[in-house]
Ligand binder design. Structure first.
Ligand code: ADP
Length: 395
């Protein structure tokens, strides 16, 4: 069974074709600058190739993906009939979706309703679904939601201390994101430790461009750091994460910013980019800090400290922790970031081994022998979760 995984953003499209007999990635790629001058497809299949092609809309982009998969030279399939189903990443499922589902007209209507909560993400996700329905007629389409895994959170974790009617009228509550990643790495953590997930308290730290932490008790999320939107929680590449809500009004007054402009500052110009003034990419910031750039060093310190505070909070939320898991771009690649964060956690009984920590992108427990708490590096694989859920939905 071959499954096409689609992740449609507003101007980009990531895809993978996965053969589920052995979960092998047959092909993967990226269409960039959809709807903008200079759009490009990068494809890795039988061969790698990259070319600029006009993609005024997602229809042309998905058409190009299908052509790339079928191509005599760099393609990997002979006929589109070899694709059994399409699994779509959908960012916001609101309170409606606690699991992945086969997409129907009712599902599409529900995703549209949630677009209010994720205006940048849900509309392009829906366009991807519509275009795939047109270009791959008769193939089952499955929706896999970033929010679904977090739907087990209890009321005390998801309610904000605001007038209750905002929850009733507008569904203002914590939802959480990166659910597929938190699910994948927590499952892998249990297998890696040779224990049943039902018996474990795990804290997963997804540290990519976007970043979030989840507290997972017995395989179920009990709390997570992102909220109504992905803006809350950790410091991120360009997002502020937690802050005093009164800052918005204060800065808007001082700088004469509109709500839209302020929202843009918090999403695009804040985080480690905002503090350092160097970059949103941790490689650049680590480099600048090593050369003595004080703001870069401050950005890293604020970042590590925030992650550590969340781990402490979630150890309290679960009344203990068996494993802390690091994943995504920074979590998988930066031994320094893992070490600095773990330096705050020795009181929990988490002691790391610098030698074992000195790796990237492999599954490892880098805690010292005898450490009470495991420190795990687990590379994430959101596409594989989408493909597995798609396969399960077809049963
Ligand atoms: P996304 O959220 O876009 O999926 P990723 O999980 O790929 O992001 O993470 C991207 C981030 O990971 C980059 O912005 C960079 O800061 C960080 N990163 C990647 N490789 C390294 C590295 N070798 N050292 C430090 N940071 C890295």
């Amino acid at each position: 069974m071959k499954i096409l995984v689609m992740n449609c953003g507003s101007s980009s499209l990531k895809y993978q074709l996965i053969d589920m007999t052995d979960e092998r990635v047959m092909a993967k790629g990226l269409c960039e600058r959809i709807g903008i001058e200079g759009s490009k497809i990068k494809h890795e299949g039988a061969e790698k190739y990259e070319t600029e092609k006009p993609m005024p809309t997602h229809t042309e982009a998905i058409q190009l993906v299908i052509e790339a998969l079928l191509d005599g030279k760099h393609g990997v399939i002979k006929s589109i009939d070899e694709v059994h189903a399409v699994g779509h990443r959908v960012v916001h499922g609101g309170e409606k979706f606690a699991t992945s589902v086969i997409i129907t007209d009712e599902v599409k209507a529900a995703v549209k309703e949630c677009a209010d909560l994720a205006p940048l993400h849900n509309p392009p996700n829906l366009i991807g679904i519509d275009v795939c329905e047109k270009l791959l007629p008769g193939k089952p389409q499955i929706g896999v939601f970033d929010t679904a895994f977090h739907q087990t959170m209890p009321e005390k974790a998801y309610l904000y201390a605001l007038p209750y009617e905002y929850y009733e009228k507008y569904k203002v509550r914590r939802y959480g994101f990166h659910g597929t990643s938190h699910k994948y790495v927590s499952d892998r953590a249990a297998s890696f430790l040779g224990k049943k997930i039902e018996d474990l308290k795990i804290i997963t730290c997804h540290m990519g461009n976007g970043a979030s932490v989840a507290a997972i008790k017995g395989g179920k999320v009990v709390d997570t750091s992102m909220g109504l939107t992905p803006l809350e929680g950790l410091v991120m590449g360009t997002r502020s994460g937690d802050m005093d809500p009164a800052i918005m009004q204060f800065v808007m007054g001082k700088e004469g910013l509109s709500i839209k402009e302020m929202e843009n500052v918090l999403n695009k110009n804040s985080g480690v980019l905002g503090i350092s003034g160097v970059s949103s990419d941790f490689r650049d910031i680590e480099g600048a800090a090593a050369e003595g750039n004080k703001r870069a060093k401050a950005a890293l310190d604020v970042y590590y400290y925030r992650v550590a505070k969340y781990v402490g909070a979630y150890a309290a939320a679960m009344n203990g922790v068996d494993a802390v898991v690091f994943t995504a771009g920074l979590g998988e690649n930066s031994a320094v970031a893992r070490k600095e964060i773990c330096s705050y956690l020795t009181y929990l009984g988490l002691e790391i081994d610098d030698e074992k920590n000195n790796v990237r992108g492999v599954e490892v427990n880098f805690a010292k022998d005898g450490s009470k708490v495991a420190a795990l590096l687990i590379p994430t694989n959101e596409e594989l979760v989408i493909a597995r859920d798609t396969k399960d939905c077809l049963k």
